[in-house]
Ligand binder design. Structure first.
Ligand SMILES: NC(=O)c1ccc[n+]([C@@H]2O[C@H](COP(=O)([O-])OP(=O)(O)OC[C@H]3O[C@@H](n4cnc5c(N)ncnc54)[C@H](OP(=O)(O)O)[C@@H]3O)[C@@H](O)[C@H]2O)c1
Length: 306
């Protein structure tokens, strides 16, 4: 496909996480000219030896501005992959990008929408909301345009980590939220990489929009059923949990001053399962060239982690 919108030079910040390699693969396949920004230059150069990479100090807008101006040079777009809780680092980077005149940003969204009251009232999402509010505010002021890619849950990552099912069986038991039949959107990391690259090829269609993609709509009970069919002799232990009860317990601890990760993770399933907001009401799969998996493909995927 011809790149009609002239986004050619792309800066990717935070390439050493889960999404970095797949996004870089899809950018390369579509001949974008990629430069990396990282806290860990040595690791980044080892992992991606063919790409230009520069060290970033996300605590300093001045240092970031200097790197963008003196080392990186003019860029057409910035993709931010920085970890969700590091909102100030992302805001500092966006300020430096504005100063450097980078016209388009793909912020580190990659989940579900933050624009609902149900999402915004849970403290676990404070930094994500702050970052996305900043993106919207700056884009409305004309500082840059953005495309927010929303993919629900990472499907393959979640299976590997045992988030919605423990595919190995046994201990630890996996948590089944609100009965296990709540459908939610989930996306393969490779499809996220593709959608990011395609959104840059078709940037004018997606400016100042949050877009949704999904590789599949799944339920926890469906995953557990596949696992039992694929490994009938294995015991898949689970614990039923009510996300309203979890949320209440989390708020009690949070209001008593406990803001640690255990409490934060008790909030996490509430929006997806309790409020049923993990299922997109519309998707942009076709425009972003993401194909939906068949049930047989989802089952085959579960089989890979068993
Ligand atoms: N929907 C889902 O199920 C799901 C699952 C996982 C992640 N996500 C989202 O996807 C995005 C990317 O996540 P990921 O899993 O690929 O990777 P990640 O582990 O969240 O980290 C991505 C990058 O963040 C940078 N980083 C980490 N701590 C930082 C700090 N204190 N200051 C500045 N940069 C820091 C690192 O960059 P360096 O290269 O500089 O080290 C790292 O490579 C995030 O927005 C995350 O919330 C969504």
């Amino acid at each position: 496909m011809a790149n009609e919108n002239k986004i050619q030079k792309v800066l990717v910040a935070g390439p050493n996480g889960n999404l970095g390699p797949t996004i870089l693969k899809h950018l390369k396949e579509r001949n974008f000219e990629v430069t990396l920004l990282t806290r860990n230059l040595e690791k980044t150069q080892q992992s991606f030896p063919d790409l230009r990479a520069f060290a970033a100090d996300y605590d300093s807008v001045e240092q970031l501005q200097k790197v963008l101006k003196d080392d990186v040079g003019k860029q057409d777009a910035l993709i931010v992959l920085i970890e969700r809780n590091e909102d100030q680092a992302q805001i500092n980077l966006m300020d430096a990008a504005i100063a450097a005149g980078i016209p388009h940003i793909i912020p580190s969204c990659f989940g579900i929408t933050s624009r609902t009251p149900e999402f915004r009232r849970l403290p676990i999402w404070n930094s994500k909301c702050r970052m996305e509010d900043y993106v919207v505010e700056k884009s409305e002021a004309g500082a840059f345009t953005f495309t927010g890619i929303q993919n629900g849950s990472f499907l393959d990552w979640a299976l590997e980590k045992g988030v919605f099912l423990n595919p190995k069986g046994g201990d630890p038991p996996f948590m089944v939220f609100d009965g296990g039949d709540v459908p939610f959107s989930a996306t393969l990391m490779d499809d996220i990489g593709k959608a990011v690259a395609v959104s840059l090829l078709k940037v004018d269609k997606f400016r100042n929009k949050f877009v949704n993609i999904q590789s599949a709509v799944i339920t926890q009970n469906q995953l557990a059923r596949y696992a039992k069919e694929l490994a009938p002799d294995r015991e898949f232990k689970s614990i039923p949990l009510d996300t309203a009860v979890l949320e209440k317990a989390a708020f009690e601890r949070y209001n008593a001053g406990d803001t640690g990760p255990d409490v934060m993770y008790m909030f996490m399933p509430r929006v997806t399962f309790g409020n049923k907001l993990g299922l997109f009401d519309h998707v942009d799969n076709e425009e972003l060239e993401v194909e939906q998996m068949t049930e047989a493909q989802v089952k085959e995927l579960v089989g890979r982690y068993i």
